[in-house]
Design a protein around this ligand. Sequence first.
Ligand code: F6R
Length: 603
Amino acid sequence: MCGIVGYLGTKERVGLLLEGLKELEYRGYDSAGLALLGEGAPLQVFKTSGKISALEHLVQGVRTQGLGVGIAHTRWATHGKPTQENAHPHVYQHSALVHNGIIENYALLKAQLEQKGHLFSSQTDSEVVVHLFEDMLETTPANNVDQALQVFKNTIAQLEGAYAILLISARFPTCIFYAKNHSPLILATGKEGVYFASAQNALVGHAQQMVRLGEGSVGVLDWQHPIDLNRLGVVQPIAQDCQQSSKEGFSTFMEKEIYEQPKVLSLLGRLCGDRVCLELPEGFLEGISCISISACGTSYHAGLVGKYLIESLARVRVQVELASEYRYANPATQEGELFIAISQSGESADTLEALRLAKALGLKTLSLCNTQNSSMAGMADALLLTHAGLERSVASTKAFASQVLVLWLLALQLAQERHALYPNTLQVQMQALQGSLQAMQEGLEWQSQVRTLSAQILERDLKGYFFMGRGVFYPLALEGALKLKEIAYVHAQGYASAEMKHGPIALADSSLLSTTLLPQHLLFAKNLSNVEELRARDSLIFALSPIKLEEATFQIQTRAYDHYMPEFFHMLVILQLFALEMAQLKGLDVDKPRNLAKSVTVE
Ligand code: F6R
């Protein structure tokens, strides 16, 4: 949530900061800004509502020379609307600040400062920090950088909440003050300066080495004093291949990423002959009595699929909890419990904190992440990378497919180790795994039919969209509904098919479309009864099934497979394409839907 870039050095700073911000735009894109300061150059601040392209336009022709500092920010609004006033950097008399996170006690601090005569120009929580710093500097004047750092530390000590903060001041024009607490911030070095960023992809081509600043880090970078990264944390090289990819001829990143699924989900290296061999530490799965899975959004849906697979294949009890709920639920634990955190980004604040809690509770922990070097990747006892490749569209597609696949492999490995499956059943599962990759490829073939159906559905001017399924198709229904509401901005809700009659069916009429997942190999007849119940109340039915349904208003007669998991992946692709086509037909920004961000680093 929000992206930060900072630079101290002699390079031209405007281009560098904009380049970095563009790489972080997935973290929020409702407003953006930057501040510049240099030897002999005054504090300059540029900020605007809208995407980074608007900021780029604003700073056209602005260039820096010589030694100086710059800080920049792309925002996902938490406090205050996405206006120019609320955009960062926030400035008071001689300082400017960018912040990612939430200052929870800002209202109290603001009231105290207002009593002293401070006038605020934004509704944000962040602005209070720059006022507080300058206020403290008034009462404790600083004649050198060390004294100013002490004032900055005193300022930070007043804050409660999560923050990654960069602050520059005209009184110390070649310094950047920084603080980090539960929001990501990396510090990196290159030949011509020192860099800060929320994520390393912002620094590719500039910095070579980085450290992930530890919780509670507060300090200052001063051009006069060379920096020793080793003193600050574990030094890692900047991965030079982590930058945003191009659309490669597709109209959107989402479409490109949907099409990448059959390719990126290679099982290579994780199947050894007819056995699953995940790269887990020796004996890691021994003695597991039960599993808790925690995640958010799409990753949570993958966790729900994982529950069905692990319980049915490995016979281990699994509970799945939204990470934001797990954190504050005072969870009861059990001897031998394994905790699994699932996250595409590896940075979601809720999931990170759930993982921290699980560790503090003494549980064995496993991270399922798509992003190597992310905060979550290094935190658990073991890591399974999902290897989906960089996902740029805000709506997650290939990451979900890869999470489900890795959870399936984990279920099989557990089953192997516990001798929970007969060899021939394991063999059937292996074939279903291989068949699922093919099924995804074949799912792509429906795109033009999905487009035609989407146009017909949009013509109906519906009031609501239900998605229904049973077993693993229930979380798939939740995921289908989430994709549609995220990018097509319609009210969509996923349900377990049989739950319909316990309440939601009250909404059924001819202005409701019920998208129903009816795989041939999982409870087909039961699902069909639920379709009949809806049809009897005039709901329109959009059926995904290999079996022709007379009851359906719209149907994609999916390919027939010999197992329900290839059917799952085939239907997943169709649901993703449905959301994509609906959004495109409505002329919406598919890759950057309103109000969302790719990486949610606030609670
Ligand atoms: C939906 C989506 C979000 C994320 C959620 C968790 O398309 O992308 O629901 O799944 O914010 O993100 P990660 O997996 O990065 O923890």
